[in-house]
Ligand binder design. Structure first.
Ligand SMILES: NC(=O)c1ccc[n+]([C@@H]2O[C@H](COP(=O)([O-])OP(=O)(O)OC[C@H]3O[C@@H](n4cnc5c(N)ncnc54)[C@H](O)[C@@H]3O)[C@@H](O)[C@H]2O)c1
Length: 419
């Protein structure tokens, strides 16, 4: 198997879209390179009195359509190539849903499950100080991603504000509601996944009631996706987390599983007990016989090694980059429809955009209003991607990139190369 480099994955998809659009290389040369990559060292005094130094990154892929926007990942495997890819996906995600942001991403190599809250807070504050010159409401606006949450965003906002001498709520999104967080933000990515799943099932003439679905990953995105798909009447036959998966052919009790996971952030599915469930591996979960598969964990989950074994009719990419470019082709030949990440999981950044708009205007919107605006944006973006893909007889991923790359390239052309 080839070494997986997610940034090369992005470049290949972008180059393919640019060539279909008829661009010459100099039209899109600049978007092949991130605008900025910052690597920082984060010394932290641990609870036992020792000092550990963590490595962190912030990458701004593009700011041509607006400030860089994208999450912060705390994970033991995060690396610069992954952060570059995640930053680029943000650029094209913001473009496909047409919100006025570019793309950025950050990460710290650490395992939050092995850290106390005090250690996590110290890492967050020192990391924020280290990337301070790059971030700000008009420059670059972080948000939660794998291993980070609203509490981490609250500490980032506080650190940035302390260093500025006044409160700056718009520097991060996904904050606690008390600090200007948007109502519905914590559920927004999963809600967008649910809207997207309904849209694609509708186009494929599949009724969602009783339809089998599988969700990989039960973090922020996966758990909300599972909850909302279950509420739509779908039969969630399997879910998983880093410890493995659980399966029941007649459908799992999703509210009970969510209660169990919410009780303690250290609870894992391998220790969940219920009548009739089977414990399976993440690999077995991906290969289950299901109508809908929602990978909501990490990238590179469906690749050339297992793509031939996938039995789902449709995959909605809730995670970023869960299907590799090689797997995409195998799935296409098998007739499996893939709704790409830059469209399917854009709900989070759309509501982050609403949060930022509210923060910079000092206004607040109701949750119903936010959810309705989110639905409108997700439905319109889905329809545009569907239309162009149908018209050109191309996979939905290519369709999404045709729209996104065109918006980014045209913004760059309109601005020109400085100086
Ligand atoms: N949080 C957001 O708003 C947001 C928005 C858009 C996209 N995403 C993407 O969605 C994905 C999940 O993000 P999240 O915020 O839910 O993260 P999270 O940290 O809340 O949850 C991650 C989940 O994946 C599981 N997991 C970790 N490693 C795994 C492995 N090797 N196999 C199976 N499961 C594993 C974890 O146990 C956990 O259940 C990521 O790709 C992220 O970039 C997140």
């Amino acid at each position: 198997m080839k070494t997986y480099n997610p940034y090369n994955n992005v470049l290949r998809v972008v180059e393919q879209a640019a060539s279909i659009l008829g661009y010459v290389p100099s039209d899109y040369e600049a978007i092949k390179y991130p605008e900025r990559e910052l690597k920082v060292s984060i010394p932290v005094e641990m609870d036992d009195g020792t000092v550990r130094v963590f490595e962190g990154f912030r990458v701004q892929h593009s700011t041509s359509r607006g400030p860089a926007k994208g999450g912060i990942r705390f994970h033991h495997d995060v690396n610069i190539e992954e952060v570059k890819a995640l930053a680029a996906w943000m650029t094209f995600k913001c473009a496909v849903v047409n919100i006025p942001f570019g793309g950025g991403k950050g990460g710290v190599i650490c395992d939050p499950s092995q850290l106390s809250e005090k250690e996590l807070r110290s890492i967050t504050r020192r990391f924020t100080a280290a990337i301070f010159p790059l971030i700000g409401p008009e420059q670059d606006i972080p948000a939660p991603d794998v291993g980070t949450n609203a509490a981490v965003m609250g500490w980032m906002m506080d650190t940035f504000s302390m260093m500025n001498g006044h409160s700056v709520t718009g520097v991060v999104t996904g904050k606690p509601i008390e600090l200007g967080g948007a109502l519905g933000r914590s559920e927004a990515t999963g809600r967008g996944v649910m809207f997207t799943a309904k849209n694609i099932l509708h186009k494929m003439n599949i009724c969602e009631k009783g339809t089998a679905a599988v969700v990989q990953g039960m973090g922020n995105v996966g758990s909300v996706s599972a909850k909302l798909l279950h509420q739509c009447g779908m039969k969630i036959i399997a879910v998983s987390d880093v410890s493995g998966g659980i399966y029941h052919k007649d459908g799992l009790d999703i509210p009970d599983i969510l209660d169990y996971l919410a009780k303690d952030r250290k609870n894992l599915l391998k220790d969940y007990k219920a009548n009739g469930i089977q414990y399976i591996t993440n690999q077995e979960l991906l290969e289950l016989d299901t109508t809908l598969l929602v990978p909501a964990a990490l990238e590179n989950q469906i690749n050339e090694e297992n793509a031939a074994n996938i039995k789902a009719k449709v995959i909605v990419e809730a995670a970023n980059g869960p299907v590799t470019i090689e797997a995409d082709e195998i799935l296409r030949q098998k007739g499996i429809v893939v709704v790409p990440d830059i469209l399917a999981n854009a709900g989070g950044v759309v509501v982050s955009y609403f949060e930022w708009v509210q923060n910079i205007q000092s206004v607040s919107w109701t949750e119903d209003y936010i959810n309705q605006q989110l639905k409108d944006i997700m439905d319109n973006a889905f329809q545009s991607v569907w239309n162009i893909s149908e018209e050109k007889q191309l996979p939905l991923r290519t369709g999404a990139y045709l729209i996104a790359v065109k918006r980014v390239v045209e913004s760059k052309k309109a601005r020109g190369i400085w100086p």
